[in-house]
Design a protein around this ligand. Sequence first.
Ligand SMILES: [Zn+2]
Length: 410
Amino acid sequence: MAALAELLTHVDADEVIELTRALIRIPSVYRPGDSESTEARVAAFIEAWLRREGFEVEVQEVAPGRPNVIGWIGEKTDGRKSLLLEGHTDVVTEGDARDWSWPPFAAERVNGRIYGRGAADMKSGLAAAMVAAAAFRRAGIMPRGKLVVGALVDEEDGMRGARHLVGTAVGRELDAAIICEPEDNELCLEQRGVVWARIRARGRMAHGAMPDAGVNPIACLGAILREAPALQKRVRQRCGRSRYLRPPTVTPTIIQGPPAGVGVPQSNVIPAQAEMVLDVRLTAGIEEDELRRLLDELCARAAAACPGATVAWEPVHPVRLATRVERSEPLVRSMMRAVREATGRPPRFGGVPGSTDGTVLRTALGIPIVTCGPGDRLIPHQANEYVDADDVHDAAKIYVASALRYLEAS
Ligand SMILES: [Zn+2]
């Protein structure tokens, strides 16, 4: 306990909160086509902070103006482990600033809360991870292994930062990761998976007054809509029942005929093509090839219902399967103990309703991940996003204790 008590004296509540506020004040909405609006400035801030604290730092240029910043202390030698504390630097748009009671990038502190875009998702989690890792150096206690802080780009879209990381040396040698996303500081052992299935139907263009002269691809999409509930049932049968997550869903979210860029919709024209997106959310249990087969069959049935048409699908992003780790996993056991030691409270367990960078790490590297971070899981992406200052401090304490317990056990 002595080492942990010493480490905790270096996790100062005011510092974590002020660091959170500093990160919020550097807007990092990624706006395509605007080279000024990327993660670059907040990444540079984090890089400088980590260097000042004596971390080894690697900046990985994932895309122009979009760098991952990876900092670490300690080494992975003699069978020791490498643990990642992971966060993302991008935030979603603030939307209409008039919907906010406080300016979205001012990081105002009101009644124990910090308000701003990214307050929960997830500059507070990043700040907590940074201070937790820095506590080791400040306390003069080297971790028994390698403790890595990763501030990655593009989580809110294609997770390109995480995809890049898993192909690099520091990524490939990771043994476990804590994903610092806002989950009420619960230990989330499961995350839902997602595939956005873009389905394109191709028919034959014709005059709307003479439909027999063409093949209407919109009718194919109608067949898909009718079949969607049956697909949802099949997916649910193949996914296991989850203790923490709602069952899988299949939800149509976009329907367009003709698709954007393929023509202009006209009231008297049967388009040659039509497109829709099914937002498919998964729990653990189904494999990618099985899911692909179900979607292939769905398309085949829709095509059969529309003679002369073809129907095919592709994922908008690479398929993200659901993730699950067991309570017996050393990372989970270390974190259960860490929550008790750091907060004096028993751990609470939960599940992540969406996918995170942890999905990529778990899928690509096969390593255990636990998602645990400060902030209400329902608040991200809303106006007046906030985080409770106490939660941020708790998260930093949980991270430092988790890192100590996980690495010393290996
Ligand atoms: Zn997030």
